[in-house]
Design a protein around this ligand. Sequence first.
Ligand SMILES: [Zn+2]
Length: 111
Amino acid sequence: MLIVFLISICAYYKLTPLLLSIITVVHAEVNAILNKCSSSVRGATIYVALFPCNECSKVIIQSGIREVVYLNDFYHDTDACKASRIMFKMAGVKLRQYKPEREEILIDFES
Ligand SMILES: [Zn+2]
């Protein structure tokens, strides 16, 4: 049902699927904060795969999260990530890149 609805929006507004995803998708960080299993995340640490974009950074800061631990900083030189760093610094949010001790973890469900 959702897919039919989204295809209809694309056709009606003459949007490409990429543009539709950009304007409709909620990023993982915002989704995590909205669907948290606690009354508040104030003072918490958030663990993310990619360094947060500027939109997610605003929500992270406003929610009171005090530390961001990220695995990958692939988009380091983009304007969105540069803006994020500035906002985090101004808000006093600690940033830390997670350095795994192992390169892979194998989970074998067969044995
Ligand atoms: Zn984001």
